[in-house]
Write a protein that binds this ligand. Structure first.
Ligand code: NAP
Length: 293
């Protein structure tokens, strides 16, 4: 008698972080599961305290969870619990995607930099960034991914500015860059691309967004002619940075494309299936609209 076929796999996926309630990830990954014709679900796992991470990693190791995304505040903490890190996770020093191999070893990936690089190219198709001068604003995990993405685009110079200079210095040192800029206007002067990776502008009300945009026009005016601005923030959209860039005549987009592409890369790591990012984008947009409404 031939052995019974193994039962079809059920993909238990989800997002580990805190807070996670307003995430668009379940909508995107459920759309990807449907596209791929795979059985499974993508859940939200709010984990406010680090000690709860151990149980979660044990479930991942045992195969009860097929894969996870990691978000704030656990992207760095999770690194120390992985058995192996792939390239970008090692360089960036943070993970956003976890998967266990057949022996229960946990592999940590970071798909943020590749997701951002793909989205920048897709968003600004008429621009050539090889040899460009790029300014990265921020010094958190998103900024580290933005620096790696910029390097991947083959740019000539990456300038970094952050509100807290000390953090910018630490980021530049660990990623092999020179001294960060102490002044936003100087950091932006003559740049061809801005990767806005600070939280400034996130979740503001309409009147606050307008007021911030008015303040940002002066520093953005000094960008090179034909420059582009990619704001990793995507809520609200248009963001204050996008409004200010538009007032100076520059193209600007929000970070939803990055969110979608990092998710598509993560889904491919878990399942081997390459989902259509456009379908995930539509799911993310619908989810964000329903949360805003
Ligand atoms: P993080 O590690 O907490 O870092 C926050 C950064 O924002 C720091 O550089 C901080 O500066 C700066 N910042 C916060 N409030 C500020 C303010 N009022 N004025 C100026 N700078 C301010 O967070 P993160 O993970 O890097 O995320 C940063 C932003 O990127 C978030 O808004 C997040 O939504 C967005 N993001 C988007 C994606 C995507 O897929 N599109 C992915 C990841 C993150 P200090 O060092 O001075 O505190």
């Amino acid at each position: 008698m031939s052995p019974a076929a193994p039962p079809p796999r059920r993909y238990g996926l989800g997002l580990l972080g805190f807070p996670v309630g307003h995430s668009a990830s379940p909508a995107m990954h459920r759309a990807a599961l449907t596209m791929a014709g795979l059985d499974g679900d993508y859940l939200l796992w709010p984990v406010p305290q680090a000690d709860a991470l151990d149980g979660f990693f044990a479930r991942l190791r045992s195969g009860k969870i097929a894969g996870a995304n990691v978000t704030i505040p656990w992207k760095v903490e999770a690194v120390h619990r992985c058995d192996e890190l792939t390239g970008d996770a090692r360089i960036i020093g943070a993970v956003n995607t976890l998967v266990a191999d057949a022996t229960g070893r946990i592999i940590g990936h970071n798909t943020d930099a590749s997701g951002l690089a793909i989205s920048v190219v897709e968003s600004f198709q008429d621009h050539v960034f090889r040899g460009a001068q790029v300014t990265v604003i921020g010094a958190g995990g998103a900024a580290r991914s933005a620096i790696v993405a910029a390097q991947r685009l083959g740019v000539n110079e990456v300038r970094v500015y952050n509100r807290t200079a000390e953090k910018a210095r630490a980021v530049c040192e660990s990623l092999g860059l020179g001294t960060p800029f102490a002044d936003l206007e100087a950091a932006l002067a003559g740049s061809n691309l801005v990767l806005q990776a600070s939280a400034l502008g996130f979740n503001l009300a309409d009147d606050e967004t307008d007021a911030l945009a008015a303040d940002l026009v002066t520093p953005l005016r000094g960008l090179a002619p034909g420059a582009a601005l990619y704001d990793l923030v995507y809520k609200p959209s248009p963001t204050a940075w996008m409004l200010a860039a538009g007032r100076c005549g520059f193209e600007a987009v929000d970070g939803l494309g990055m969110l979608v592409h990092q998710a598509a890369r993560a889904f491919a790591i878990w399942t081997g299936y390459e989902p259509d990012p456009q379908v995930m984008l539509a799911a993310a947009r619908a989810q964000l609209a329903s949360l805003a409404g």
